[in-house]
Design a binder for this molecule. Structure first.
Ligand SMILES: NC(=O)c1ccc[n+]([C@@H]2O[C@H](COP(=O)([O-])OP(=O)(O)OC[C@H]3O[C@@H](n4cnc5c(N)ncnc54)[C@H](O)[C@@H]3O)[C@@H](O)[C@H]2O)c1
Length: 353
């Protein structure tokens, strides 16, 4: 009879079902607020992380990416795809899973679904950035692109920034209908709009979260007045942007990790040395955020590995002592570390039995 795997061989695994149960158990607005705080805390210690632009494998229809980082004690990575054409085929545009490991032993310590977690962490990061950059007293947000990420974005801005009204627009009215329906009862005033122009009327924050594998112009320069904060989520691949270049030239631009954002973000439209501010420096108090009421601030978000690392660590803490995970027999870990083959050989008995 083969010996049972050791304790270290079992890796806690959070399935999609358990992630949903965990978030309902805690409450989604609390999760979004906690995630914003955890991501902010990790941005504050930004210099000590290993950082690299994500490793992207592009095809004509989408991208598959690996996003690694480490804080010296814990290593993490996310696998994520982006396939704008998927939605029309009944599939998600973005799916993901991720892993944390112990730097000391190299053994994994968490495996988790991250499709839902990416939506949560993206929304929490956006709202955390807006907490530092949006005009004071902002209450209304335009939400352009009403797909999978959109409700999460709206709820994060409510929970973290105090937004009480959202103005929705999507080229597909059915997406706007669904988003509005899902937000009913959330406490947000929801206004369905027929154009981007209508959506941004009276909004102090504009979130663009559309999916298109090409340069798109969701906002043109004449649409954007002074003093707003733009949270640009959907432009996150080479050749995939949402804002007209002239808006960028009028804005103070904040980014996650410049070497990645210059390849993937809105700023791929600008000269490679165009001045941008790293968000972590604002959070650490090294650089001022919004200068005045008239400035246009732009968070050119592409999603960075440290946000996923923070989200996975949050999940690892949150599942402790709960039933919201299972244990996977994932690591071959014989009692005698050199007897990997012996462990394999003994397993023959259980096959024969
Ligand atoms: N920055 C980040 O960290 C981050 C994280 C996750 C996803 N994303 C990106 O955000 C985008 C949205 O993701 P999703 O999962 O919600 O995608 P989705 O396919 O579910 O939704 C996209 C929506 O945009 C709409 N749309 C497309 N073109 C439009 C236009 N011109 N005007 C208005 N609406 C338009 C579509 O009809 C669709 O409803 C994707 O591009 C994705 O890659 C970024």
């Amino acid at each position: 009879m083969a010996p049972l795997p050791s304790k270290l061989a079992y890796v806690p695994f959070v399935s999609v079902e358990n992630m949903m149960r965990l978030v309902h158990h805690i409450g989604i607005e609390k999760v979004l607020t906690d995630l914003a705080d955890q991501i902010e805390a990790d941005f504050r210690r930004w210099p000590l992380f290993d950082k690299t632009p994500r490793v992207a494998s592009h095809s004509d229809v989408g991208v598959i990416e690996l996003m690694p980082t480490s804080d010296g004690e814990t290593y993490g990575f996310k696998y994520v795809n982006g396939h704008p054409k998927n939605m029309a085929e009944g599939l998600q545009t973005v799916t993901a899973f991720g892993l944390l490991a112990d730097v000391n032993s190299g053994y994994p310590k968490l495996l988790s679904e991250m499709t839902l977690l990416t939506a949560l962490r993206t929304a929490a990061t956006s709202a955390m950035a807006a907490r530092h950059l949006a005009p004071k007293g902002a209450r209304t947000m335009a939400m352009i692109g009403n797909g999978a990420q959109s409700e999460f974005q709206c709820l994060a801005f409510k929970a973290v920034c105090g937004i009480d009204s959202v103005r929705l627009y999507d080229i597909d009215p059915a997406a706007t209908e669904r988003c509005a329906r899902n937000l009913a009862g959330s406490g947000l005033t929801v206004v369905k709009c027929r154009s981007s122009q209508e959506a941004i009327e009276g909004a102090q924050i504009i979130t663009t979260c559309t999916a298109d594998k090409q340069y798109a112009t969701i906002l043109t320069d004449n649409m954007v007045g002074s003093g707003v904060h733009i949270n640009a989520i959907g432009g996150d691949c080479p050749g995939k942007t949402e804002l007209h270049r002239d808006i960028l030239l009028r804005s103070r631009i904040f980014v996650e990790y410049p070497p990645q954002t210059r390849i993937e973000g809105e700023i791929q439209q600008l000269d490679p040395d165009h001045a941008v501010t790293e968000l972590w420096q604002v959070i650490a108090g090294d650089v001022a955020g919004r200068a005045d009421d008239r400035q246009i601030t732009l968070f050119d978000s592409v999603g960075f590995a440290i946000e996923d690392f923070s989200a996975l660590r949050y999940v690892a803490q949150a599942i402790a002592g709960t039933p919201f995970f299972t244990r996977l027999d994932m690591i071959a870990d014989p009692d005698d570390p050199r007897d990997l083959f012996g462990m394999f050989q003994r397993a023959a008995d259980s096959v024969a039995a």
